[in-house]
Design a protein around this ligand. Sequence first.
Ligand code: IMP
Length: 417
Amino acid sequence: MMRSTLGVIGLQWGDEGKGKIVHRLSRDFSYVVRFNGGNNAGHTIVQNGQSFVFHILPSGILHPSVIGIIGDGTVIDPSILWNEIQEANRLTDSVQNRLFISENAHVIFPWHIEMDIILEKQRSCKIGTTKRGIGPVYGDKIYRTGIRMRSMLQPVTFLKELKEAISEKEAFLNQISQEPVHFDAKKIIDDYMFYAEKLHPMIKDTGSVLREALRKEKSILLEGAQGTLLDINYGSYPYVTSSPTTIGGATTGAGIPPSSIHDVLGIVKAYVTRVGEGPFPTEQKNELGEKLAQEGHEFGATTGRPRRCGWLDLPALQYAIDINGITSLALMKLDVLDSFSEIAICTEYKNGFSPAFTETELIYQTFPGWNQPTRHCKTWSELPPKAQNYIQFIEDAIHCPINIISVGPGEKETILK
Ligand code: IMP
């Protein structure tokens, strides 16, 4: 058995194509772990020509040999998780026998979603959240008022916590909301007790499961959600998500030591997209941006919102590479650039790069487009020379090898360099 722990991390604002890469790589790993976020993520996988979007299940679970872990750093909406388990069961063998859910993960309740909506409505500077309750559930975690998955192991305690939380949160939300807020307590209790019973056998101390796996020299793939620029510490704060999306979060979110991570693969799109609000210096609010969105089918996998599109930003990419200690890169969606006559890359911020992305003046370098399809290319040498130049320029500028190039959504549309 290979002894290897690999982190797979998005280097932009999410939606880089991590699902495809994790799905492809994970068949060679024993464990695939989600360590941060919740069902704000949307990892799209294409299998046998059909596409599936996973929001909380680790994408690798579709391989019957993989054990999936939803780790300590995640937040879980049980209804979404239960539905995804059913969905995955139609595609592969007995997911519930190969899935462990951390007892330390926090539970998302209807009041978190309600609060997400209320806060977003009241903010003068909107974040554009996914309205899945992510900020409020992490808020409860930090305030030390949250309910964890471990409560579901003790139905009497869970019922008591639920009843208390429903009345407390309803009273609180009525104080901050301009509209009256009412929760159907019976329905919430019935639903959550149902999910508790169903999920009970999968709830474990997943950190110790993983540390035992390390002792046995099993291989582990750490599947990041969202991207580095949405990290709560290192992203474009406050326009970020509420969890660490960088590799540091993988150790505290999975319960394994930093020294156990051998390699970190960075996933980067050949251009940049962003969903929601916040700065985006290389954004093209013009027909070029519209063309990128159209060619790249850039609509949010979770919310269906159109993604904002722009050119590759090398200083931001370098920042993400440095923070995560990226050892190699996968360059995704190169084919989306196939029909552009000219392609630009931001090479420098005149006043120096800052992840707050304020007061920026950018320097671009332009490249002639290759104007021919790349989806059929299976090897580096089959790529048009102008596409090779574009990739080589990026590789040289950031001093990090690009070992994987994706030229289409299908698993076979991948070049190993
Ligand atoms: P939240 O995570 O729902 O609180 O949203 C905070 C910000 O992160 C918003 O701009 C979202 O659009 C963005 N976001 C959260 N999850 C993802 C993702 O998986 N892909 C891209 N953007 C995301």
